[in-house]
Design a binder for this molecule. Structure first.
Ligand SMILES: C[S@@+](CC[C@H](N)C(=O)[O-])C[C@H]1O[C@@H](n2cnc3c(N)ncnc32)[C@H](O)[C@@H]1O
Length: 226
């Protein structure tokens, strides 16, 4: 990895573990957030969706689990983050049909790489033709295995190269508010919301990172390594 590599980790996995709520989606542009006039205004006046992303979004909406898809405004924000820190590597944990992976790959320079983890081959099969159509298939390294396996490999390499690295910006993004907002007051039996709540609280206290929690999409935590 080059000395000035900047990384973006995207942890979408938490959302799928949370399950899919019927209502009270937090401003998701392709969910009930579509009825939110302020959100519509934001979308109408800021969204610049690549034509292949539009096609992928429309294809994904035909899937019964499409509510899992990242919202377009959130993906655009993350692509802008990539541009801002000149990231050349991103790890997408839980690619689903690849909207966010594609959006990030489009924002990266030619030498950029998105490592996209996904366990379901049906989702990978949906994603691949769109990556090709957008001309970024070489920038997206699909890892068809559990994210844990891929991560341990990536983090191991990253660690072994640390001594050669002069400067590195690492931004970790995670979904911080589950689809149906249960994290606000998680039931004792709801392990997923409990875990998400515990993670949010742990990050809040962690002085090794700068932190922001945004209410975009499913909620987005930015943890920026100091
Ligand atoms: C909320 S969706 C991610 C949405 C996606 N980031 C997007 O751009 O639309 C979560 C995805 O994680 C995948 N997943 C679940 N467990 C996983 C695991 N252990 N390793 C890798 N992927 C996993 C699911 O199959 C699902 O496609």
């Amino acid at each position: 990895m080059a000395a000035d590599v900047k990384m973006l980790f995207c942890v979408g996995l938490i959302v799928v573990l949370t399950g899919v709520g019927k209502s009270a989606l937090i401003g998701k542009t392709h969910g009930s957030g579509g009825e939110d006039l302020v959100l519509q205004y934001v979308v109408n006046n800021s969204l610049r969706e690549h034509p292949v992303l539009t096609k992928l979004r429309l294809r994904t909406l035909q899937d019964q689990w499409s509510i899992m898809m990242v919202s377009s405004d959130q993906a655009q924000f993350m692509a802008n983050l990539i541009r801002l820190i000149n990231a050349t590597k991103a790890i997408e944990i839980g690619m689903y049909t690849g909207y966010n992976a594609l959006s990030m790959a489009l924002a990266m320079p030619e030498n950029g790489r998105v490592v996209a983890c996904e366990i379901q081959d049906s989702y990978i099969n949906i994603a691949k033709p769109f990556f090709k159509e957008a001309g970024v298939q070489n920038k997206i390294d699909i890892q068809h295995q559990t994210a844990m396996k891929t991560l341990s490999k990536c983090l191991c390499i990253s660690h072994s190269r640390r001594t050669h690295t002069k400067r590195r910006r690492t931004v970790v993004t995670t979904s911080c508010l589950d689809c149906d907002g249960k994290v606000v007051n998680p039931a004792p039996s709801d392990q997923t919301s409990q875990s998400l709540d515990a993670l949010n609280k742990k990050l809040h206290k962690d002085q090794r990172i700068d932190l922001s929690m945004l209410t975009v999409g499913d909620g987005l935590t930015l943890a920026i390594k100091r």
